[in-house]
Structure formats: C-alpha cells, structure tokens
Design a protein around this ligand. Structure first.
Ligand code: ATP
Ligand code: ZN
Length: 293
C-alpha cells in the first residue's frame, strides 16, 4: 500500500474511536487548540482551525494505517506498535494509557518465574510480544491466542497462565490471578509514518509537535504567586526552582513584594513549606494551559 510523495497539506491523524485512549487523546487535541465537533458517529472528522483531519479507528488498526501512510500520525499504545512490528517512527511518549503486559497465573499455581514455563500454555492477545519474551530467556511455550476475556482461560483449563495488559490489577484479582512478572511497560505514543511527506505536511507536524511539547510542559508546571517581605527575596529566589528568574513587584504596602514564578508541580508542596518558613504568605498556585519556551 505504498504511496508516492503527496502534495496535499491536510494532516491525517488516527485516534482510537472508542476506548481507553479516546478521552485523553481528544482532551490533548483540544488542549493544543484543535477544535472539532462531537464525532462519535463519523469515521472521519475535519477540524475547524488546524489543517488536520481525524480518522477514528480501532486501536489495533492504527499502527498499520500509519505504517502504510494512510494516516500521517497516530495516537496509540506502544503495546500495539510493538505487537504489530510496525515500521513507524515514535515521535513522543505521552504518559497516558500507561499499562504493562504482564504474565499472571492462578493464586495456587506454582508458575512464578519465566524459567518455570517450559512447555506451558499461555493465553494472550499479544502472541508476538509474549513469544519473543520467552524466546529471549530460552523458554519454549505454547501460545493460545484469544482476542478478549483472556483472564478466564486458566479457570477453563484452556491455559496454564495468561499474558495480558494490566494497569491497576483489579481484573486479575477478580479472576483469582496473581501478576508474576512484566513483559513490557507501555504508554500512549505519537507515531509518524515513514512514507515520504510533502513539505507542507512536515511543517505542520513541526507545529503540531511544538504545541504538544508546550501542553506537556504546562501540565507538569504550576504558576506560583506569593507576597513576601523585601528582606526575604534573596532566600526565596534560591528556593524557587524557577524555569526563568522570578518576577518581583513592589506592593503598595511598604517593605513587601509580590513574587511570581513557574515551578515543576512535583516540587510544589516541598517548596511551599520552605517558602512559608522564609516569610512568604498568600501563596497561590495556578494551573497553566500551555507554555512555549
Ligand atoms: P478497540 O475497540 O479500539 O480495539 P480495545 O478494547 O482493544 O479497543 P482498550 O481496552 O480501549 O482497547 O485499550 C486501548 C489501549 O489502552 C491498550 O492497547 C493499552 O495501550 C491501553 N491500556 C491502558 N490500561 C489498560 C488496561 N488495564 N487494559 C487494557 N489496555 C490498557
Ligand atoms: Zn483493540
């Protein structure tokens, strides 16, 4: 299905039509300013303000659509990209849809470590990744390929263990299974076709990436505002792990200043306590919608 260099500029992006990745992906697209209407009934959606059209697919099909150049970009789990052995470029890891492909066996099972699985049957929807994992540790297994409800196969004596995607582990537990070891850690990836793209599309992708990077940095950052006595400014400056030097403005009340800065969210609570000790008051933290360096 190779395609020669195209001269259209509209970027075609594959997203999951309906499933675990859908809301987070559409939130991200809205978050970077791409506007589109409720799309649930359509397979293709045009966006209003960015030269992008969205193709809504089953997640399993996304790697192939991107590999073949039917879509230029796609949002899909690393697990699907690797299972399909797709020839695509991974542009970004997006830190949602996080999960792991793990091997689980029944509570009372003696199958705990990979080396104990020689000659055993493993049920999975991920035959390639599972087989490859055991081959790499020199263990020969039999795959029972199942497309859904893999977790009930040990009870039905269809398999000795399973290899399935896990996030919280609740489904495994409910089925009397215990997670034993991990085959792969996965998250949602933004992937790009390796087919040749027009100059216009390449430029659009650069713009798209810049917006995604801004959105992701913003998500990890907070805008922080506080009041402090002038004599505390030097101490406070040292405490703020600022991206840039903080803004310091005099207040009407003499001897006091307002300090504004951007800090990584994960440091907020530690820093806040130290700021209070240094004399800061009225500390306010605000989310940031986007940040372009
Ligand atoms: P589709 O109809 O699109 O084929 P699906 O049922 O195969 O949907 P979902 O269950 O929506 O797929 O999962 C989509 C992706 O979400 C997975 O491929 C994986 O990357 C990610 N994911 C995150 N946590 C989990 C989980 N606990 N179980 C399954 N997938 C998960
Ligand atoms: Zn699927």
């Amino acid at each position: 299905m190779n395609r020669s260099l195209d001269h259209t500029t509209s970027l075609r992006i594959a997203i999951q039509k309906s499933g675990r990745l859908t809301d987070k992906t559409t939130d991200l697209l809205h978050g970077i300013g791409i506007e589109f209407d409720n799309y649930k009934r359509n397979l293709m959606v045009k966006t209003r303000n960015f030269d992008v059209e969205l193709l809504l697919l089953r997640d399993d099909d996304i790697p192939e659509y991107v590999q073949d150049g039917i879509c230029d970009l796609g949002f899909v789990g690393a697990n699907e990209v690797l299972e399909k052995d797709s020839k695509v470029s991974v542009l970004r890891g997006l830190n949602y849809g996080n999960c792991r492909l793990a091997v689980a066996s029944q509570k009372e099972s003696e199958l705990l470590k990979p080396t104990q699985f020689d000659g055993k049957k493993i049920a999975t929807s991920y035959p390639i990744l599972t087989k490859r994992f055991f081959e790499n540790v020199g263990v020969s297994i039999e795959i029972v390929e199942i497309s859904g409800a893999v977790e009930i196969t040990p009870q039905l004596h269809l398999a000795d263990a399973i290899s399935d995607l896990v996030s919280t582990g609740g489904t495994l537990k409910a089925n009397g299974l215990i997670e034993r070891f991990t085959i792969l850690e996965s998250e949602t990836k933004l992937i790009q076709t390796q087919q040749a793209l027009s100059e216009g599309k390449q430029q659009l992708i650069q713009k798209f990436l810049q917006r995604i990077d801004g959105y992701q940095t913003a998500k990890k950052s907070r805008y922080i505002l506080m009041n402090a006595p002038t004599e505390s400014v030097e101490t406070i400056k040292v405490l703020l792990p600022s991206m840039k030097s903080p803004t310091i403005m005099p207040l009407a009340q003499t001897g006091m200043v307002a300090i504004h800065s951007v800090i990584p969210y994960e440091q907020f609570w530690d820093v806040m306590e130290q700021l209070q000790d240094a004399g800061a008051s009225d500390i306010v933290m605000l989310p940031i919608e986007s940040m372009i360096a």
